[in-house]
Design a protein around this ligand. Structure first.
Ligand SMILES: *[C@@H]1O[C@H](CO)[C@@H](O)[C@H](O)[C@H]1NC(C)=O
Length: 441
């Protein structure tokens, strides 16, 4: 009995140890430490040093690095021990497998806490917080995962002149590139976590979504959580889940009806008093074209004739389209046809594009037999679409076996008919003459 309970305790201890070493510690994050070189004028020269972050989720867990050799070629002052209770720095996509060439991107910069001036974040610092907590070294870290989908930004605090860092604010998205069809709801994913034991945490937070495209920008939504107030914006159909924001840190943006005009870059910013962190998300609206082909069906054609077919693609976005033409013969064989030309594009009110292609078929030069299907193929990032029209060619020289057999059958039939008629005619003639003979008697 005593033995088994000792074993049980040992097993528990071992499990706990494994959890501490492997479960609550994350592999090392390699980073570039980028800062302005001191004493340089404008433009500021930047220095870039290799850096390492040993990350653990809880300050109680043992340090993973104690089992490892100190790395070579890295300045010891750029080796950090980061406690990240949010666990966001532990995401597998931030750690390349051993020996892998592909590396996640990571950059650390010095960060200067400052009151925010934007309307929805200004109330956070209005009360005038004792700045003692802010007297520390602050850093911001920006990371991009291996799959290019995870983006993460953290604000990290170090007690003066130590390399023990604590994540205070983390903002991340697990889909940095979103592709959506037209006219459907689309969610731009953004989450945040704040250190609840930080004195900044009780003072509230603010959320802001901005939109940027080709140098233009606008506010999409902004929310002041301290006063539970949404900012006035001109944007319609863009929503935050306010209760989710408070309960789980879900700052995702819901666009109710994806339109071409939504294409662009979205910046999700979370403000804490004096701090901010942001991630950017790209949204692409990808809608494949609808095709129409004309004339359909094609007028019955003769060898030697030249016919023109037009194919119109409409309602697509982005403007990236390639047309191909194919001919499918009666025997099912596919033959590419030379593209006749392509029109310029037009843009509809909803932002989608239309464009046409035409094909000229010279039946004097092309041998298309007795016809088949002429197919227009439109290749678009949203998918390939195709549509067909029927081509019938008559009077083709060199009849097929079926033709010959049909002709023989017709000829035989005709012959039979003529024979029958002439027989009936002679029969009728002889009956008439018989009766005339009788009358004469
Ligand atoms: C997060 O918020 C978005 C936008 O309101 C919502 O569509 C989504 O379902 C939420 N996600 C979770 C896991 O609650």
């Amino acid at each position: 009995m005593a033995n088994s309970s000792t074993l049980y305790t040992l097993a528990l201890l071992a499990a706990n140890y494994i959890l501490q070493v492997y479960g609550t510690n994350c592999p090392v994050v390699e980073c570039w430490f980028v800062q302005e070189k001191p004493g340089h004028g404008f433009p500021a020269a930047m220095s870039q040093d290799k850096s390492l972050m040993y990350v653990r989720i809880s300050p109680d867990s043992t340090r993973a690095e104690s089992q490892q050799k100190p790395p070579v070629g890295i300045d010891p002052s750029r080796i950090y021990h980061v406690t990240d209770p949010s666990g966001s720095l532990c995401s597998p996509s931030l750690h390349s497998p051993e020996g892998s060439v592909k590396k996640p991107q990571c950059e650390i910069n010095p960060f200067l806490p400052h009151p925010s001036l934007v309307n929805w974040a200004a109330p956070l610092t209005r009360s005038g917080l004792s700045p003692v907590y802010l007297e520390a070294d602050w850093f911001s870290a920006s990371l991009k995962g291996l799959d290019e989908q995870l983006v993460l930004s953290s604000v990290i605090r170090a007690a003066k002149t130590t390399n023990e860092l604590n994540v205070i604010l983390a903002v991340y998205s697990t889909s940095a590139l979103v592709r959506s069809r037209l006219g459907v709801p689309v969610v731009l994913n953004c989450w945040f976590w704040k250190e609840s034991s930080s004195p900044l945490s009780e003072l509230g937070f603010a959320v802001e979504w901005r939109y940027q495209f080709r140098g233009e920008g606008r506010l999409v939504v902004a929310y002041d959580a301290k006063n539970d107030r949404l900012a006035e914006t001109s944007e319609k159909g863009a929503e935050l889940d306010i209760s989710g924001l408070h309960q789980t840190g879900n700052a995702s943006l819901l666009l109710e009806d994806a339109q071409v005009r939504h294409t662009g870059t979205y910046i999700c910013t979370i403000y804490l008093p004096y701090l901010l962190a942001q991630v950017t998300i790209d949204l692409e609206i990808v809608e494949p074209p609808s095709l129409s082909i004309s004339p359909s069906p094609l007028p019955i054609s003769f060898p030697g004739q030249t016919i023109t077919v037009q194919c119109e693609a409409s309602g697509f976005s982005p403007l990236s389209l390639e047309f191909r033409w194919e001919f499918v013969g009666a025997d099912g064989a596919v033959q590419p046809l030379v593209n006749g030309g392509m029109s310029g594009h037009r843009q509809a009110v909803d932002g989608t594009f239309s464009q046409s292609s035409w094909l000229t078929l010279d039946l004097g030069k092309l041998d298309l037999g007795r016809g088949g299907e002429v197919t227009c193929v439109a290749v678009h990032p949203g998918g390939t679409r195709r549509t067909s029209t029927t081509l019938s060619i008559i009077g083709v020289s060199g009849p097929t076996i079926e033709d010959s057999m049909a002709m023989v059958a017709v000829a035989l039939g005709l012959y039979g008919l003529i024979k029958l008629c002439s027989w009936m005619f002679t029969r009728a003639g002889s009956i008439d003459s018989d009766s005339e003979e009788k009358k004469e008697k």
